[in-house]
Design a protein around this ligand. Structure first.
Ligand code: GTP
Ligand code: MG
Length: 622
């Protein structure tokens, strides 16, 4: 326990936890109106949606605290005393093994606009991590290997990622949990949820396109969560924008300070190597003959080595030398605190396809990416080093193993040790659950492991108990919040094409919608309930039709419905019955038989909200 005195010697309690995060507990007089001032201090900190002030126990980054306190003088006079530490049950533990395992975990998501090369980079990180020996490609031809993380048949056929993938591997003593996300907007639901499970993000840019539309949206999510972000400018094997210009564009567009961590080296306008500014080393790569399937031969030399000019060639050396002088003179100095607070990003250059620059990136990444930090729960902050297990479900995936029709719930561990047989509380249902051995994933492949630690993303085989957003906690009923839910925006009737496969069709629809990307509703008709699927993005219908056919052998057709505005409706039964019958409204039931109205247009929705005062309307299921 450390305490920090503000200028007028009023104390703020700081609990030191690994990885440079602090838990700050501030106490004020209840009626003094101090909470507003304190919220000023904390609302833009990472606190997972909890307001700061009297009720929350926000955590802030160490160096930020003094800066923020200094900027908000009214707080100093209002803070009266230091109070308790975080809830005892989830305070920082002393188990040395646990602390060590937490310290060597890195859990990160790769994000970008579609096609920037996330899956390709993922594959190459696996190659350098030793998890695979031959890298596959996103658009593999017959008889060649596919990228590991695009494991779904649809992904392999179309060469795009449809769902996020979980991959674990070791590199230089660190245990990495990598989350490859789909870039397409129609799958953003999955991407946003996956980001909640990550501690840092790698943002990929195409060297010709720089910051694109989806990059901006995903960056905003990371920024709101104050996640440290690494930037990798990919596809440098092709001619692209000038690196300095790219960096300036990123700064101007995203409002984040860039630090060039590696710098591309060109010889006769061909990308031949990178200079690592942190360790002063030049890495020169030799193009392989197998299109990047295996590691690239690399020659490494100190920038001050007398032979450097010979290695680079005079012209490339002169160009690099000039660029370095410019960076040193006009660029920003590295500020690790700003990086950890998500305000500065190290920028790397490379080509995932040809493996150039991948290893220098990975080496710096494991050293600088933060290990798991504390997370806010309904019962205060949970430290990763707390000995009691906690975790939350952020993803459900059906049929990863088509033969066994399994259902995997992906859990991000937040604290404690997960071991087979562990009894936890399934907080939503308040029922105890005994956990089987944790499953580690390399996309589709999985292995049972004896134990798993904070930061790890593990799979739990589940028959339907677990839902996205559920918390599992040992000896506690705390809950983690912050997993976003999105109302569907597109609706279509699902029409089975093979009457004899109706049962499989119903099962498939139910199981696939449990994954969360789409929801199934039912409309009443004389012939029985008609299934209607609601999805956040149009492409979800293609995915669902494809999966119903390949995974359940239940072909179907989706017939679009023009209405786009769903609202769950609650209230006295008679009022609900009256409300569902108005013009421009379609009555649906969700899978739990809750009433939903699908409004024809925004006007019909507004009219109902203004006039149907006896019922309540909800954007997501109540
Ligand atoms: N020239 C070049 N092409 C690359 C490089 N990295 C990836 N590509 C190509 O870019 C295309 C898209 O790559 P992916 O890895 O599927 O991109 P992604 O970001 O995972 O795409 P989504 O998941 O669909 O958003 C593929 O054709 C890759 O071969 C690179 O370094 N250089
Ligand atoms: Mg991909």
């Amino acid at each position: 326990m450390v305490s920090c005195l503000t200028k007028n010697r009023k104390a703020v309690a700081l609990d030191m936890v690994p990885c440079r995060w602090l838990v700050v507990t501030v106490c004020c007089h209840r009626d003094s109106g101090d909470s507003a001032a304190i919220r000023l201090l904390f609302t833009d900190q990472q606190n997972d949606g909890h307001p700061g002030g009297l009720t929350g126990r926000p955590f802030v980054h160490c160096s930020k605290l003094s800066a923020e306190v200094a900027r908000v003088p009214e707080i100093e006079s209002n803070i009266v005393t230091t109070v308790d530490t975080v809830s005892d049950t989830h305070a920082s533990g002393t188990d040395a093994n646990l602390v060590r395992e937490v310290a060597r975990r890195r859990t990160f998501a790769i994000i970008s606009h579609p096609d920037a090369g996330k899956t390709t980079l993922t594959e190459k990180l696996l190659l350098y991590g030793g998890a695979i020996h031959q890298a596959g490609s996103v658009k593999a031809r017959r008889a060649t290997r596919h990228a590991t993380s695009d494991w779904m048949q649809l992904e392999q056929e179309r060469g795009i990622s449809v769902t996020s993938s979980v991959l674990q591997f070791e590199y230089e003593g660190c245990q990495l949990n990598l989350l490859d996300t789909p870039g397409h907007e129609d799958f953003s639901e999955d991407t946003y949820r996956t980001l909640v499970a990550a501690d840092s993000a790698v943002m990929l840019l195409d060297n010709r396109k720089g910051v694109e539309e989806r990059t901006r949206q995903l960056f905003d999510v990371c920024k709101r969560r104050r996640m440290p972000i690494f930037t990798l400018v990919n596809k440098c094997d092709r001619a692209g924008a000038d690196p300095l210009q790219l960096i300036q564009d990123v700064e101007a567009d995203l409002g984040i300070i860039c630090y060039a961590a590696t710098w591309p080296i060109y010889r006769d306008d061909t990308f031949v190597g990178v200079y690592d500014r942190w360790n002063g080393q030049v890495n020169m790569f030799e193009r392989g003959t197998d299109r990047g399937a295996s590691r690239v031969a690399t020659e490494t030399m100190d920038i001050n080595d007398p032979d450097i000019i010979e290695l680079l060639g005079e012209q490339a050396y002169m160009r690099l030398d000039a660029d370095i002088s410019l960076l040193e003179g006009a660029g920003h100095a590295w500020d690790n605190d700003a990086f950890l607070a998500g305000e500065m990003t190290p920028v790397f250059f490379g080509s995932a396809l040809s493996n150039f620059g991948v290893e220098p990136f990975l080496q710096e990444f494991v050293q600088r990416a933060p290990p798991p930090g504390p997370r806010m729960s309904t019962k205060g902050v949970v430290y990763p080093t707390s000995e009691l297990f906690t975790g939350f479900v952020f993803k459900i995936q059906a049929n990863m193993d088509a033969k066994h029709r399994d259902r995997v719930a992906f859990v991000r561990i937040c604290s404690g040790r997960y071991r087979a047989g562990l009894e936890v509380n399934h907080v939503r249902t308040r029922k105890p659950m005994r956990l089987s051995a944790p499953q580690q994933f390399l996309a589709r492949e999985r292995v049972s492991v004896e134990e798993a630690w904070p930061g790890d993303v593990v799979g739990i085989m589940d028959r339907g108990t677990l839902r996205i957003g559920d918390t599992l906690a040992e000896n506690s009923d705390l809950e983690f919040s912050g997993i976003p839910r999105f109302p569907p925006e597109h609706f279509a009737r699902a029409v089975p094409l093979d009457a004899l496969r109706r049962k499989q069709f119903d099962t498939g629809l139910r199981q696939l919608t449990e994954e969360g990307a789409a929801q199934v509703f039912y409309a009443e008709s004389i012939a029985g309930p008609i299934p209607i699927v609601g999805a956040v993005g149009q492409l979800q219908f293609d995915v669902m039709a494809f999966r119903l056919e390949t995974e359940y052998r239940a072909p179907c057709r989706f017939e679009p419905i023009s209405s786009r505005y769903p609202r769950w409706i609650t209230g006295p039964a008679a009022a609900v019955e009256k409300a569902v019958t108005g013009r421009g409204r379609m009555r649906l039931y969700d899978s739990k038989n809750n009433s939903v109205i699908l409004f024809q247009d925004a006007w019909a929705l507004k009219w109902a909200i203004d006039n149907e005062k006896d019922v309540q309307f909800h954007e997501v299921a109540p």
